[in-house]
Design a protein around this ligand. Structure first.
Ligand code: GLP
Length: 263
């Protein structure tokens, strides 16, 4: 795992966007895993700017989102499809047919989950998976007790997640209690993972995810098993990391890591 500490949330999001842009330029047919949430808005904002200012080209890439609420139609302003259209897809030259999210309104949800997995496989697997982290440590919607080898499936949302995301709904009670999410095993199969967390409210959980024991209670800890996982945090989210001075030293001194400074 690489842990990169940037001075503030803006610099952290900028680096995440630059890494995505770098990989997309190296491989225009990149299969990109995407995440939603407040943290990601800054990353997508940056990618849109890179598209306009530096002609970053999305025309050949494929995207797969981590999750979608069960029961929300694409046009529902609270759906993750709507979030993605608004923050990224409508703003860049991506082919809408190449943008994939699970369909939370599918008649047969189990079949939809299997079809999603099959589509990822058909596209050659995910090259780069962008991840946020919930305050209880979930990646995607892999709530406590998510098997470390789990695949795309329906998960019941935990009370903490419901409390965290309900304010995003105009009527809190409208928030679905279930979601389709890629499994932890699905995420771990991505060739590279990129987790971004900013703000003091993420400090405790980042320390557990990065430095704590691996546990299905905190699905983000499974990223410790991944051979190529980069964690980008701002100073506020890095506050509880025991080894933060070590991570800073590596970033400033190790040739492989100093490469990020030019992005
Ligand atoms: C939701 C998403 C997660 C995301 C999390 C963090 O629960 N399903 O994929 O990581 O939100 O959101 P925020 O960035 O708003 O803290």
């Amino acid at each position: 795992m690489e842990v990169i500490i940037r001075p503030d949330a803006d610099a952290a999001a900028r680096l995440a966007a630059r890494i995505i842009a770098h990989d997309l330029r190296a491989n225009p047919k990149l299969v990109l895993g995407l995440a939603t949430g407040r943290t990601m808005e800054a990353v997508y904002g940056r990618l849109v700017r890179l598209h306009h200012d530096e002609r970053l080209d999305f025309s050949l890439c494929q995207t797969f989102n981590l999750d979608e609420y069960v029961g929300l139609r694409a046009e529902d302003p609270h759906s993750y499809r709507h979030y993605m259209d608004e923050h990224l897809f409508n703003e860049v030259n991506i082919d809408p047919r190449n943008t994939h999210l699970p369909d939370g309104c599918a008649l047969d949800l189990a079949e939809e989950c299997e079809a999603y997995e099959a589509l990822i496989r058909r596209c050659g697997g995910i090259d780069l998976q962008l991840l946020g982290i919930g305050r209880a440590g979930h990646i995607g919607f892999n709530e406590p007790l998510s098997a470390l080898m789990s695949r795309t499936r329906v998960k019941a949302l935990s009370p903490r997640t419901l409390a965290q995301n309900a304010p995003l709904f105009d009527v809190a009670t409208k928030m679905p209690r279930r979601a389709i999410t890629m499994g932890v095993g699905t995420i771990l199969e991505s060739r590279r993972c990129l987790l971004l967390a900013t703000g003091a409210e993420k400090a405790e959980i980042i320390a557990k995810a990065v430095e704590g024991p691996i546990s299905s209670m905190i699905s983000a800890t499974a990223l410790q098993l991944h051979a190529h996982c980069t964690v980008i945090v701002d100073e506020a989210a890095a506050e509880s990391l025991a080894e933060r001075d070590y991570y800073r030293w590596i970033f400033d001194n190790e040739p492989e890591w100093t490469g990020y400074r030019h992005l």
